[in-house]
Design a protein. Structure first.
Length: 508
């Protein structure tokens, strides 16, 4: 079994002769206890081309100390990492291997650096004796295992204890700086070891940027494509860890990328991108079951929670809990199966290949502002046609379907504007914001439509079990009203998103 620990720490430069100041004088610290010296021996693993290090991930197998075992660290923010631990074993545990799959693919990790550290530990405690932070002076010896040399250094590490105010770190740093001890330039021991042993990646002066010349449409579009591919790779392990919003963010990255392929099909060849778009649609669909269930469950719970108790008849909340539990487990299994599939690995490989050798068309060499503005306006016009068609239909099932198609077009138009923002600046930002309002309104309409179907099923199950279906019918009526309200507001919101001056500003 693997467990996770949030690691909040700061590193400082030191020498073998560096002495620690009196840290008991730091604000909030009442005493310092000497915990002795621990000998640590860690082997760090990576792919032969150091993909993990490139993304600031750390994988090690360490012996010695209280937490011997396998450790995988994901960056969260500067100075903050999530450390996922697994018991000591000869080979990489499966629980950690899965979290590396989007980066390692079908390859393997190999030993790249060995660090042997002598760690002199002190605990900073408050008046009650509770540990606030651990301060260690580490004497490190690094050995490159892939042809590199050796290096040695001394550093000071201050790690915050669990559930402790981060202000403690500021207070300790203040004392260290007064003693002439300054923050380290290296974010981790591994990054320093790779640099100082020569085991790190070597720059290729002859390498060229396949994105094309700066200022071209090809460079702009491929920068956006690369950003979305990186997001897919990054959110893969986050979904596996069941982190909040991870499924949604991975699904959004798939949609943004697929949308970019369609919007900028005069920049990137459709013969290459269309098959990739279908695979992205498949992955988003497999993930969508979990996300859609999550959104629906939150909506129905909120609707029930807003009702007066006198209108909640029967075991309404219990039935919702059972439904969510059953569908939620199934949806998560489906999402994980997709991420573990050979099809997903093939998609990641194909996206890498596209970035390595982009299928650029003639417009890729064109002026980025001109090409991107033209593509954005085209998607905006497409959205206008969809909305006009939907509003021309009578209220009912056909209009619901048409408004759902308009919602898809709104997403594409919004993503097109967001992709063009680095090139077109504030005009693209304003347009994206206005179109997002249209998308949100159409999303509210679609959520109401989906909720009505779920409520109809829940009412039928309640009736079949001899329960009152009153509350389900009441909620059904409120969802009908919500959908009607969205339809009523749509013309006004669309008028703001289609103002002539808004589109004209794209080319100024």
């Amino acid at each position: 079994m693997a467990d996770t620990k949030r690691e909040i720490e700061r590193k400082y430069e030191a020498t073998p002769r560096t002495g620690l100041p009196d840290l008991a004088r730091a604000a909030g610290v009442a005493s310092v206890t000497d915990e002795g010296v621990t000998e640590l021996d860690a082997v760090y693993y990576d792919t032969p081309d150091l993909r993990l290090a490139a993304d600031a991930l750390t994988l090690r197998r360490r012996t010695g100390g209280a937490d011997a075992g396998w450790h995988l660290k994901f960056p969260v923010a500067p100075g903050i990492r999530d450390e996922i631990r697994a018991p000591l074993s000869d080979t990489l545990p499966r629980s950690l291997a899965g979290l590396l799959r989007s980066r390692v693919r079908d390859g393997e990790v190999v030993p790249v650096v060995r660090l042997r550290s002598s760690r002199d530990v002190r605990h900073l405690r408050d008046r009650d004796g509770t540990v606030l932070a651990e301060v260690s002076v580490d004497t490190v010896h690094a050995e490159g295992l892939t042809g590199g040399g050796e290096a040695a250094w001394t550093e000071i590490e201050v790690e915050l204890a669990d559930d402790t105010d981060p202000a403690v770190l500021d207070a300790v740093e203040k004392r260290l700086r007064k003693a002439g001890i300054h923050p380290s330039d290296s974010p981790s021991k591994l990054s320093r070891a790779l640099a100082e042993t020569g085991a790190g990646p070597q720059e290729d002066a002859a390498a060229t940027d396949a994105a094309g010349a700066p200022g071209t449409a090809g460079a702009a579009v491929l920068a956006y494509v690369r950003e979305q591919v990186e997001a897919i790779v990054t959110y893969d392990p986050a979904v596996r860890r069941d982190l909040p919003d991870a499924v949604h963010q991975l699904r959004v990255a798939c949609r943004r990328l697929r949308s970019a392929f369609k919007t900028y099909r005069k920049v990137l060849d459709r013969e290459v991108t269309d098959p990739l778009g279908e695979e992205l649609k498949w992955l988003a669909g497999e993930l969508g079951v979990a996300r859609d269930q999550e959104v629906l469950d939150e909506r129905l719970r909120a609707r029930v929670g807003a009702l007066p108790r006198t209108l909640v008849l029967g075991p309404v909340k219990a039935r919702l809990r059972r439904r969510d539990a059953a569908l939620g487990r199934s949806a998560r299994r489906q999402a994980l199966a997709a991420l573990d599939s050979a099809r997903h690995l093939a998609l990641l490989g194909a996206l890498d290949a596209l970035l390595a050798d982009p299928p650029l068309r003639a417009d890729a060499a064109g002026d980025a502002p001109e090409v991107l503005a033209r593509a954005v306006r085209k998607d905006h016009d497409r959205l206008g046609d969809r909305i006009g068609h939907a509003l021309g239909l009578d209220p009912g099932h056909e209009r619901d379907l048409a408004l759902h198609e308009a919602r898809k077009a709104a997403k594409r138009a919004r993503y097109a504007a967001e992709a063009a923002r680095p090139t077109l600046g504030k005009p693209a930002k304003r347009l994206a914001k206005r179109v997002k309002a249209v998308q949100s309104l159409l999303g509210e309409h679609q959520d109401a439509v989906v909720a009505r179907e779920a409520l109809r099923e829940l009412a039928a199950m309640a009736h079949g079990a001899g329960e009152s279906a009153f509350t389900w019918g009441l909620l059904f009526g409120r969802e009908e009203a919500a959908a009607a309200d969205a339809e009523r507001r749509l013309p006004e919101v669309w008028a703001r998103a289609s103002a002539p001056e808004l589109l004209a500003s794209l080319t100024r």
